[in-house]
Write a protein that binds this ligand. Structure first.
Ligand code: PLP
Length: 353
């Protein structure tokens, strides 16, 4: 099979990233050699990072946001768990974090790195966090509770206000992972953001539905005191402390995140969400009409129980298609996924299936 060009998206149905907005691409190129990890030297990009955080605060309805542009959702999730652990360091010997079973695998990395026990609670029948199952795993050593707003496999949004209350009762940090869903959710009816619940920290990635260039993730916190638990001294920089996980960081990611959000927040993201959601629902209906079981797309992500051989055939035809843990074909309706593309998937399915 011929490999497509590195940035060719026509047949990519599997990715949670997408073609950057043209303004984001241009900004990334301009800032390629800048390092927001050294704000004393690279002041312009440091200013832009503050703007990025302010814009992310608007998207997630957090006045006076603190945070930074991470290398991605993985770093943001690791850092959130690190905050949860560090702020209780003197009080808890064997810390644990309670997550719903669909929590992204980055939490497994975080738990391993930080020597925190990860407790995964089974989901309810609609693939959302089950409050009772989560509560059953919480105990005196629980330092963090996680809710997912836009799960990786099925695009589900957990009951965030209920989980926030559970975390509060346990005196644990409450973290929301909206890495993928964060730029679609403002236009839905879900309660998921800082204004809806007592969320302490949140992951939201500009390099996914935010249409920024890679790498641009986001970590936000309700109060800057939460970040204080991460600070290390930085003797040879002009700034005196650093809370980020990596040292040298991508100025291209920061600049492209700002450029994308300036262009698209809020109407551009709304228009794209409405397009993608309608397309996902149409595609789900088309698959159902062909007799396949489809998981209802509550965000623009369709999972359908296609036979394994059929998935293989579509892959051979050049479609980049991923699978869920239980083997369903998974189509992420990102900005580059058009109705034309999904129409030809269906045509291939009818012809080859
Ligand atoms: C993509 C994703 C992540 C990981 O983000 P990276 O940018 O790939 O590191 C974490 N959580 C969720 C819900 C995601 O969709």
């Amino acid at each position: 099979m011929q490999r497509p060009e590195p940035q060719e998206f026509a047949r990519v149905l599997s990715s949670m990233c997408t073609e950057p907005h043209p303004a984001a691409r241009a900004a990334a190129e301009r800032f390629l050699a800048t390092n927001p990890g050294d704000p004393g030297t690279y002041g312009t990009v440091a200013d832009l990072e503050r703007e990025a955080v302010d814009l992310l605060g608007e998207v997630t309805r957090l006045p006076d946001p603190t945070g930074y542009v991470t290398s991605g959702g993985t770093e943001a999730n690791i850092q959130a768990i690190r905050i949860a652990r560090n702020r209780t360091r003197d009080a808890v010997d064997r810390p644990n974090v309670v997550v719903p079973d669909h929590a992204h695998f980055s939490f497994s990395k975080a738990a391993d790195l930080l020597s925190v026990e990860l407790r995964r609670a089974p989901l309810d029948e609609d693939y959302r966090a089950d409050l009772d199952a989560m509560a059953a795993l919480v105990d005196a050593d629980t330092v963090g509770v996680v809710g997912v707003a836009g799960s990786t496999e099925y695009g589900r949004v957990d009951p965030i206000p209920d989980l926030a209350a559970l975390a509060e009762e346990a005196d644990a940090l409450f973290h929301v992972d909206a890495a993928w869903g964060g730029f679609a959710l403002p236009f839905t009816e879900y309660a998921w953001d800082f204004a809806d619940a007592a969320v302490d920290t949140m992951t939201i990635d500009p390099h996914k539905l935010g249409q920024a260039a890679i790498p641009a993730g986001g970590l936000l916190a309700r109060s800057s005191a939460l970040f204080d638990t991460l600070a290390v001294d930085t003797p040879y920089l002009e700034s005196t402390g650093q809370v980020t996980l990596t040292g040298t960081r991508s100025g291209a990611g920061v600049a492209s995140a700002v450029a994308a959000m300036r262009e698209l927040w809020a109407d551009g993201y709304r228009t794209e969400y409405e397009r993608a959601q309608a397309l996902a629902e149409w595609f789900a209906d088309e698959l159902r009409e062909r007799g396949y079981d489809v998981v209802d797309p509550t965000l623009p992500l369709v999972a359908a129980a296609l036979p394994e051989a059929t998935i293989g055939t579509l892959r051979e035809a050049g479609w980049r298609l991923s699978k869920t843990g239980s083997g369903e074909a998974r189509v992420v309706v990102m900005p580059h996924v058009t109705r034309g593309a999904l129409t030809s998937v269906l045509a291939d399915l009818d012809r080859l299936g």
